[in-house]
Design a protein around this ligand. Structure first.
Ligand code: TRP
Ligand code: SF4
Length: 437
């Protein structure tokens, strides 16, 4: 079994295996087809996996409130890999989500030894202005610092009660030498993800976390945590019924009464209640997700958190221009949003392509766009139109296209895109507006 370590620099190639090992589901077309103008990262299968996206889809279709939460560590400069995340957030903003973006300054301190001050500077000067340039609406989004949002830190501490060291060792490969700040980082991330469901931040609602596959361990942990703070489990039983199980030992009768009332108000009358088992069984085959959401509201009224398990999507991580992992610490591997025209040209021209050793061979055998970093740029960022993209793909395959021409085209589109982004960088006022602590 492959382990996923969110802090390592490895690139994951066998996504299929990871999905199988960890129970991530394929982000199939029937899930996203009905979304308004599906984003190109979605249409093209770059967002390839999910957990529980059905909950989000339902919120969108039924026009209910839902939230997006994601986070970025402010380390170094913002590159195209980071842009991908914000592109998705912007898309979800356009279709109605409440937007939250964490500046992961505590995590950067814990895992990369970047001081909180330094993170603040990088976030203010680099990341947040670009979030605005990429379309996040300062009026409708909250960018916050982990270290400044006490609710996030408080939740992290509270969550710690339900997470033990064995679990962290198994999930992250921590051992006796792991420092405590690092050990605490996953709990802070759970605080990020779940705090948006607190009353103050909009209340219990479906929450989607769009991330790279390397973040999945955090999502698994967070989903476990959110479940363990619920009063009730709502689940399919082995014999195909739906069971609602109360997990606490106090006030059993009254709390089952509450749930019974909810069920009746939903028009569900066929039920078998067994107080001794602290359970209610339903005969009808009803939508568990929906029922769970109703019951979570009761829990909030009863003084609980009522957290819904967060949903997530997973995107492929962009490969570096040199074919290794894209990383801020290796400037030649990444295009930064701040790169000037000449730098872009140089980086693009020295990028790894799927071209053959000679032009002659290229004509004869065709290129390999699947292995080409220039094609990846087209696919992820530069070409919106599907037909245009397909044409490049086909012409590469059949040997008509020359890598030099592709590189020229990529440089040209990239430079005009970056120019536009830089011109739209957030002003001081906008930055002030989007930051919410
Ligand atoms: N751990 C993420 C990273 O390494 C950053 C992050 C912090 C995050 N909090 C989050 C991502 C919440 C998603 C959701 O980049
Ligand atoms: Fe890549 Fe274009 Fe060369 Fe094909 S022709 S390998 S797409 S650069």
């Amino acid at each position: 079994m492959i382990e996923i370590n969110p802090w390592s620099s490895r690139i994951y190639e066998d996504y299929g295996k990871l999905m199988k090992d960890f129970g991530i589901e394929e982000f199939r077309e029937d899930l996203w087809r009905d979304l308004p103008n599906p984003h190109k990262l979605i249409r093209r299968g770059i967002v390839f996996g999910h957990r529980d996206f059905g909950r989000i889809k339902r919120a969108i279709v039924e026009k209910k409130r839902w939230a997006i939460l994601t986070g970025l560590m402010p380390s170094g400069k913002m590159h195209l890999g980071h842009k991908m995340v914000i592109d998705q957030v912007k898309y979800y903003q356009d279709i109605g989500a409440d937007i939250f973006v964490a500046v992961a300054d505590i995590e950067a301190y814990a895992t990369r030894n970047i001081s909180l001050k330094e993170s603040e500077k990088i976030a203010l000067e680099e990341y947040i202005p670009y979030y605005i340039a990429l379309g996040l609406d300062p009026e409708r989004s909250q960018v916050y610092f982990q270290s400044k949002r006490s609710e996030v830190k408080d939740l992290a501490y509270i969550f710690g009660r339900k997470v033990n060291w064995s679990q962290l060792m198994a999930t992250y490969g921590f051992d006796g030498s792991t420092n405590m700040s690092h050990a605490f980082a996953p709990l802070i991330q759970a605080g990020d993800i779940l705090h948006v469901q607190l009353e103050k931040f909009g209340g219990v609602r479906p929450t989607l976390v769009p991330v790279g596959i390397d973040q999945d361990p955090h999502l698994r942990l967070c989903r476990d945590i959110s479940r363990s703070f619920r009063f009730f489990n709502v689940e399919k039983t082995n014999d195909g019924r739906v069971g609602i199980f109360f997990k606490l030992d106090v006030d059993v009768k009254r709390r089952l009464d509450c749930v019974e009332n909810v069920l009746r108000s939903l028009g569900i009358n066929k039920m078998k209640r067994i107080d001794n088992y602290k359970a209610i069984y339903l005969e009808e085959n009803i939508d568990i997700g929906k029922l769970d959401e109703e019951i979570s509201k009761v829990e909030v009224k009863e003084g609980g958190y009522g957290f819904l398990q967060p949903s997530s999507t997973y995107h492929r991580l962009m490969t570096g221009l040199d074919g290794e992992k894209m990383s801020s610490s290796r400037p030649q591997s990444a295009i930064f949003l701040s790169d000037d025209e000449e730098t872009v040209r140089k980086k693009v021209f020295s990028a790894k392509t799927g071209g053959r050793v000679s032009l002659e061979e290229q004509r004869k055998y065709g290129g390999e766009p699947e292995k080409c970093m220039i094609y990846e740029l087209f696919l992820y960022h530069l070409i919106e139109n599907e037909d245009e993209l397909k044409e490049i793909y086909n012409n590469c395959k059949n040997g008509e296209l020359k890598c030099g021409d592709c590189k020229k085209l990529a440089t040209q589109i990239l430079n005009s895109m970056l120019k536009e982004i830089r011109e739209r960088k957030g002003s001081k006022d906008e930055i002030k507006k989007i930051i919410a602590n």
